[in-house]
Write a protein that binds this ligand. Sequence first.
Ligand SMILES: [Fe+2]
Ligand SMILES: [Zn+2]
Length: 466
Amino acid sequence: MGGNASTNFSPGPETKTTNSSEDKATKTLSTGIIAGLTGKQSWVPRKDDVLKGHVKLPVPGLAVDHSYHTMWLRINCHCPQCTTTVSNQRSFSPWHYNPDLNSKPSPDFLFGHSSKEPFSSQTFEVTRCWDSPTSEKDEGMLDVEFQDGRDGSQHVGKVPKELLVKMYKETTFAKQISAARTPRPLVEPVEPMNYTDFVSSDESLFRALSQLMFNGVVLIKGAPSHTETIQMCMSKFGPIEDTIYGLDWRVKIHLDQSENAIGVNFKDYHMDLVCFESGPGLQGLHAYQVDSSCEGGDSLLLDIFAIAEEFRQLHPSLFKTLTQIPVTFNSVYSKEEKEAHKCSHKPHIEVNRDDVIVAVNWVPQTDLGLFLAKQEEIDDYYQAYCKFGQMIQDSKLRHRFKLEENDVLIFNNRRMVHGRSALKSGSRYLIGAFVTIDNFLQKYNDMAMDRGLKPNPVRVGNQDRA
Ligand SMILES: [Fe+2]
Ligand SMILES: [Zn+2]
């Protein structure tokens, strides 16, 4: 928020009320200035007639009012007393001071609440607001006077105007914001990127990050032929995630010697490590060696968010079943005397409170325990499970990559299910690595904001309910 805050943040147009209990407030608003506050444009906010505990404030810089809950305003006070300057974290809890937990009196205690008086969402009242920046730092703040119903004490706080604007926009335009965050299904063929281009500049890196964000996949061609290549490429997106498989892992499939033939069959679509509370975000695969006689063994990718949405349209009740029944995702992995047991329970499709798909969990290769399902649900579950599995197999949205030596295929493991066609001849040797979804998001968001773009533009299946 820039400019002269005192001129672009004046009381809004909604200054009239017919409610007699608010006469005092109306009089104050109609005059705009409260006597006794010399030089300060101040007003008493009007209580919202409908929303409990809310007061109406003009949204900074916009010619509209918005209703804010008084507790929300109090909790978001950013005055030096309520916010630590070092970490910018809240330094108080609005409820009672508890001497058993605090060696020193907290700011809350400083407000004088050492008693065990009842505390509720209605404890704080906003008695007055004004906008009079006394320093550059204050310019972005609205001064708000709170009264504590427990003892009538007052606190003069500062609420960031940027936060008021954000709260107004997020709540008023929630539907539009949510729709904009739905990624477009990946239909078009993936446009590959050259390795030399990928490493040449920040702009190229941001292009790759954007492809991962919006399309869920990036294909890099002509990478160096080293075993370290995958870590080198993936570390551009965030620190390499160490898992039970190590910092990187090898997938060799071959048909050279039939007795040693491994992993040559079709591998159905799946996500990796769904059994983790937070499975890998980005998965990268470097085609380290591809035999010239290699036939088959193609990498397959599919945008499972798009399939899940189609599934909802075609089979709403089966869709609902898959959002409700928690599935046990189990995995036991052992290598070099190490054994890891992983287990996590979650439905196949996760939706937020508006029924928007925010995550999909799919790995038909490992145990699908239904230990948390009720017995009478299991038949319904399998009906839905089979139908969804079939839709995934039959989907036309499939992307097929015949990886050439030194191609690097990177995709969002939370959104794109991956599989492999059967190997018909030769051999293929891939090296893989992971980056967490949080680190990928942080990298994208940092670079996007540097470029004046919005952070978190689309859903990436990271358990965010927005
Ligand atoms: Fe996999
Ligand atoms: Zn404060």
